[in-house]
Design a protein around this ligand. Sequence first.
Ligand code: 5AD
Ligand code: SF4
Length: 437
Amino acid sequence: MPAPKTFHVKSFGCQMNVYDGERMAELMTADGLTLADANAADLVVLNTCHIREKATEKVYSDIGRLRKHARQHGREPMIAVAGCVAQAEGAEIIARAKVDVVVGPQAYHTLPALVRQAAAGAPALDTDLLALTKFDQLPTRRRVGPSAFLTVQEGCDKFCTYCVVPYTRGAEVSRAFDAIVEEARALVDAGAREITLLGQNVNAWADGTRGLHDLIRTLDRLPGLHRIRYTTSHPNDLTQGLIDAHRDVESLMPFLHLPVQAGSDRVLRAMNRSHTRDSYLRLLDRIRAARPDIALSGDFIVGFPGETEAEFAETLSLVDAVGYAQAFSFKYSPRPGTPAATMADQVAPEVMDDRLQRLQTALNRDQQGFNAATLGRSCTVLIERRGKLPGQMLGKSPWLQSVHLLTDAQVGDLVEVELVQAGPNSLSGLERISQAA
Ligand code: 5AD
Ligand code: SF4
């Protein structure tokens, strides 16, 4: 197979995968390849997710589709599987789908070398879990959008019984303070106005005695950086220091994604969540006391093994008690190698469907309620892209709502708006100071 000249990276799953995908693209560009469409590229990198079975199966159907389309056009692209499926399944993917390269989430700095090896005729694989070495070997960030991701922490030591992350991303590790600040500075130079600090367990980030709140307070002073966010947090690592930062740091946006997964203590124990319904609710009280307008977001799993109707009702009542601004909810999916996959009393698919629907109805109701409650408020919107209509731009409010507005402002500008109308998925805003004024 000739060495590829063009490439395409397609990322699935979480925001960390989006970040990794961007870094892979930068790496391949630095290696002399040019970006192309998925259907035209010589090399296609599928940056995969293993979190639920559906996500994993998608990889194989995607590979099939890619191959079929390429063959119809007389081409045979090189295919690389990266990300969490690569880590979990390793050489099995080469056997099952005859791909050329398999590279895990901690090893993708070797992608250019693996691609060369594959071009020389041998399938290439690297699934080393040597955390953090990759960051030192990635090129400097050059061009990014106004809202950029920055991975500060990876991996997880919590071992929730349903979750593959500790196996695919490895143990909890934090990047060094200085390296993060340096990357943040490069991101701002490259166009970022907002940075979302990423980690599977981001609030466990630590460097010596410094915690995430110290990092946030330092980044707050970075000229040109207007907004800071972080995700995903674990309730048990949410320190008073971080809560205080939500009170004091203006650039720290009033939004918190704090997964709870379920509302019943029996289920939380079986999930090995190490927090209770009550400790979670009390934590939210403290956060709301520090930052009353904070928008809360969460993750939920319905149909965890053994979940009864009464236990599921406790999830619904927790949702009622919190009033989430937005949330993600999933049917439990048994993952190979996790303790929950072999637990007794797996819940029937129809029961899961029914519970998911009821949960989503409640979450949608609260999301719309939250959006409606922000109408009439004035806030800044960070413009991220153009809308479909002439003069229309799309951006995000501090509470992470999508806002569209008519404005002369450009991508990357912060605009003062009044939120005037709420649709199911977005709001419309009115620019407060007109250009003519
Ligand atoms: N089945 C369903 N949902 C899961 N999640 C993690 N593992 C599973 C699983 N096995 C959900 C959790 C987590 C989010 C990223 O994905 O809600 O917070
Ligand atoms: Fe999916 Fe988890 Fe991997 Fe992200 S870290 S891609 S959510 S399996």
